[in-house]
Design a protein around this ligand. Structure first.
Ligand code: UD1
Length: 367
């Protein structure tokens, strides 16, 4: 290959940014080889959900911004597809890289593959086997359309093989998001967020909750909330609230006791600091299951399934489901000192981006 390899990296929602950052910078550092262009779909647009992350991660302004905003799934996906198609028709790219499992991920992979632009999927192969999760549909569609599948954990390899994806497309590289975490861990340790919020290490539980299946149904959310209120009588619960969840709390008129502290969504570094110092994390997020495993922090996942089984098999994560009794009893066990020990999963070593770049260099030789 004589010309530089033009790579379009597509991000759109909060969990994408920390996965894209190390790869964008590693490609940028390979001057003469790669020409990485950063496209932001605008799926997330609030300052706290988007720009704050670009600032913390020292990413430049996106080269291309689609400004799609929020909408129903089909409308949002369609707007992103149209925007990406326009970009790919206007300029030749050798590769489109997509991250994770959000609507922007799937939309970009459909638009690119229909124009015969190869697609690389970072975080391929994860499966919850629950098609009621929009992310599961995004994962399955993205993987089937991808030419290079970068996998974070062994279950991803098994799942892709079971779905008939050829071996030579699958690359077990580790976890780009954990590259980012290791890079910023020291900076997070120096953050003043604990002081600003008047928190002391190990003296609070950290909560995040935003899955539609947990917060959109008043009965379900009410039951989970009941358990959290009881936990907050034993240890203060610090809760940075996703905009969707904030609306539901208001709509369902859930009482907010003194022990539950509602906060706006946090920036990357501040949230990392809150995770590192928490006695326990309660969450229904995907990425936070991985971050707590990498940090060795106790995590209870308020879901019936996880697409990241390595965090349970090897890490500090426990899947507790959504029954209020179980959430409460498992939290109390941790507070009594019955901790789950965990190790770092294979290849979560801060060098995933280098492995991805090596695969891309080899792939580009054949262009
Ligand atoms: C999306 C991802 C989810 C990820 C989550 C992290 C999909 C299908 N879901 O869910 O996998 O865990 O991001 O945050 O892609 N909103 C704002 N401001 C924003 C963005 C959203 O107020 O900047 C509100 C809007 O009312 C919007 C709602 O949040 O309708 C949902 O946003 P959306 O991007 O559709 O999904 P998330 O729930 O954020």
């Amino acid at each position: 290959m004589n010309t530089r390899v033009k790579v379009l990296l597509v991000v759109g929602a909060r969990p994408n940014f920390m996965k894209a950052m190390p790869l964008y910078k590693a490609l940028k550092a390979k001057t003469g080889w790669f020409d990485p262009i950063l496209l932001h779909t605008g799926q997330h647009y609030d300052y706290e959900m988007s720009k704050a992350f670009f600032e913390d991660l020292e990413l430049p302004e996106p080269d291309i911004y689609l400004n799609v905003g929020s909408d129903t799934h089909a409308r949002q996906t369609a707007k992103i597809m149209v925007g990406i198609e326009d970009v790919l028709l206007g300029e030749k790219f050798h590769l489109v890289v997509v991250f994770g499992d959000v609507n922007s991920t799937m939309a970009a992979s459909i638009a690119a593959s229909k124009l015969h632009v190869p697609v690389a999927h970072v975080e391929a192969g994860l499966r919850s086997f629950d098609r009621r999760m929009p992310e599961e549909i995004n994962r399955v569609v993205t993987d089937v359309l991808s030419d290079l599948l970068f996998v974070t954990e062994p279950s991803g390899i098994r799942n892709l093989k079971n779905e008939g994806i050829p071996n030579d497309k699958i690359h077990f590289v580790g976890n780009l998001m954990i590259d980012t975490l290791f890079l910023y861990r020291d900076k997070a340790a120096r953050s003043d967020v604990m002081e600003r919020l008047g928190l002391r290490p190990q003296k609070y539980a950290l909560l995040t909750l935003h899955r539609p299946s947990n917060v959109d149904d008043p009965q379900k959310f009410g039951e989970i909330w009941g358990a959290l209120m009881e936990i907050s009588e034993v240890i203060p619960v610090v809760f940075p609230v996703h905009p969707r969840t904030r609306r539901r709390i208001e709509e369902f008129q859930l009482p907010v006791p003194y022990g539950i502290r509602l906060l706006p969504p946090m920036s990357y570094i501040d949230f990392l600091a809150l995770e590192m110092n928490a006695r326990l994390v309660l969450t229904d997020s995907g990425g936070i299951q991985e971050e707590t495993t990498a940090l060795g922090v106790q995590c209870l996942t308020i879901r019936e399934n996880t697409e990241r089984p390595v965090t349970v098999e090897v890490g500090t994560n426990q899947l507790v489901g959504t029954s209020p009794e179980r959430i409460k009893s498992e939290a109390l066990r941790i507070l009594e000192g019955k901790l789950k020990s965990g190790k770092l999963p294979e290849l979560w070593d801060g060098h995933a981006a280098e492995r991805v770049v090596r695969v891309l260099e080899e792939w580009a030789q054949a262009l």
